[in-house]
Design a protein around this ligand. Structure first.
Ligand SMILES: *[C@@H]1O[C@H](CO)[C@@H](O)[C@H](O)[C@H]1NC(C)=O
Ligand SMILES: *[C@@H]1O[C@H](CO)[C@@H](O)[C@H](O)[C@H]1NC(C)=O
Ligand SMILES: [Zn+2]
Ligand SMILES: [Zn+2]
Length: 473
């Protein structure tokens, strides 16, 4: 609504316009009390055009070929900036080493953010295809290449409708989600100052294309990790009495750590403690000097996490002492602290149900059972209301996709238009709602009519753009 006329005057113009040309308005917006409902489908139609799909798939493949680990996403960052340049979208760079923050809209409030993570994993890709990873030992095995291209896709959709956006969409391209806490560093740089809400997504092979899964409240656990070095005194395995055996001590430690969940945790407060690494010894007949173990601990509240952390330290030190060993423990929680649980805002959940339902059908929007996985997106949610959801990519007519963090992981590129359109819709309708709220508190219009009017405005613009077939996309 970027006109010089007053809001109520504009509204009456739109209403008149609507009465004269009813075909321009989706019938669903007529019957529904919330006229925003046409936008998600329009955006999806837009994203499914061939030109758009070719472009977004191309972007994703380029990123996939050149995977970069956390805080090393220099080429990925460069590619993002060059696409933003092409779209005429201004941005800030560098933010937290490789991060990029783009801005679509007026540059003024209200602000809503979309987030994409950029980093790959130290995994060797197994699949052999034209656009496989060109970097030995590194791979986009968590789908962050898809996340970046979907965020660029959302940017393209939004920029195409920028005339109709009153407010600003902040595009947050962050480094180092995989353990590096890139989100925390972006947050510390103030990227969410004055931002009302943030949306993030993750691809999943466990749902089909066109299906999304999430819930209100905690959906992913908070997470910490530890490295412990247990030191004894090495010697000949034939004379254990002359040595101090760290292998036995480490074994006791691992068994005792299991009791933190089975004996000390409330069964209704889910927790996990897993030791994933045990390194020590080099020969069958030698007692080594030391053993290193590493593990992860997870829970759904920071209180539970902090409690686990304290007990893990006590158990490791105590059990080491029982067998005359010493132990040092590093929780790697500086400068990035423990990952908090991912907790979805309830109002944003309602918003998501509506927008995703309008786009995909209500039966394609599923409730999620919380998972013990974790996400650094949670840091954003500690600062402002945020919403994180999963978007399906399984195609039942094709072989089953490999799961995340494995060398067999694959992206079904059909998911890309869905993610782009849904992120764009969540942001655009959120801004419209904010505008309507502020307009209705000014008392210009009856509240029921307002969503309808503003949505009509945007729909009309989208509709007219869609009518121009020859328009180069
Ligand atoms: C944009 O929306 C704000 C309310 O959020 C309103 O005060 C302002 O007048 C609007 N600007 C235009 C150009 O419509
Ligand atoms: C453990 O630390 C104490 C105090 O520094 C030291 O006296 C002892 O020798 C250490 N034990 C082992 C097995 O390293
Ligand atoms: Zn991952
Ligand atoms: Zn991931």
């Amino acid at each position: 609504m970027k006109t010089s006329m007053g809001f109520s005057k504009f509204v009456s113009l739109v209403l008149t316009f609507h009465l004269l040309t009813p075909t321009l308005v989706l019938s669903s917006s007529l019957s529904s009390s919330n006229g925003l409902s046409g936008i998600p489908r329009k955006f999806l139609d837009f994203a499914k055009r061939k030109e758009f799909v070719d472009w977004i798939v191309g972007v994703r493949r380029k990123i996939h070929e050149n995977p970069e680990l956390g805080y090393e996403e220099f080429e990925t960052s460069k590619l993002i900036r060059s696409e933003l340049d092409k779209l005429g979208i201004p941005y800030k760079h560098p933010v937290s080493v490789t991060g990029v923050v783009g801005f679509v809209g007026t540059g003024g409030p209200p602000f809503v953010a979309l987030r994409a993570d950029m980093d790959a994993l130290p995994i060797q890709e197994e699949g052999d295809w034209e656009h496989r990873s060109k970097i030995p030992g590194k791979m986009h095995a968590c789908g962050h290449d898809a996340h970046v291209s979907m965020a660029l896709g959302a940017a393209k959709i939004l920029q195409e409708h920028v005339q109709d956006i009153n407010g600003t969409i902040v595009l947050v391209f962050q480094p180092a989600e995989e353990g590096g806490g890139g989100a925390k560093k972006m947050l510390d740089q103030g990227v969410l100052d004055n931002v009302d809400a943030i949306f993030g997504l993750h691809v999943t092979h466990q749902e089909t294309v066109g299906t999304v899964v999430s819930d209100s409240g905690p959906i992913l656990a908070g997470n910490g990790l530890f490295t412990a070095v247990i030191t004894g005194r090495g010697g000949h395995a034939a004379h254990p009495q002359h040595s101090i055996d760290p292998i036995l001590a480490a074994s006791n430690i691992i068994v005792s750590l299991q009791h933190l969940v089975s004996c000390e945790a409330d069964p209704f407060d889910p927790r996990v403690v897993t030791v994933g690494k045990f390194q020590g010894g080099s020969a069958f007949n030698v007692i080594p000097d030391s053993v290193t173990i590493e593990g992860t601990f997870r829970a759904f509240s920071l209180t539970s996490l902090v409690q686990l952390k304290q007990r893990i330290e006590e158990v490791i030190k105590g059990q080491a002492a029982v067998l005359r060993c010493n132990a040092t423990i590093d929780f790697h929680d500086k400068p990035v602290p423990l990952y908090p649980p991912t907790v979805n805002d309830n109002d944003l959940h309602e918003h998501f149900l509506k927008v995703a339902g309008d786009m995909l059908g209500n039966d394609k929007v599923k409730d999620m059972k919380p998972l013990m996985g974790s996400e650094d997106f949670a840091f954003y949610q500690e600062a402002i209301p945020g919403y994180f959801y999963f978007i399906g990519m399984q195609d039942e007519s094709r072989p089953k996709l490999g799961s995340v963090h494995t060398p067999q992981f694959t992206i079904n590129e059909d998911v890309l238009p869905y993610g782009a359109a849904l992120q764009a819709s969540l942001a655009a309708t959120h801004l419209l709602k904010a505008e309507l709220k502020s307009a209705s508190t000014e008392g210009n219009m009856h509240e029921d009519v307002l969503p309808y009017c503003a949505a009509t405005h945007l729909l009309k613009a989208i509709y007219m753009k869609n009518c121009e077939d020859s328009r180069p996309f």
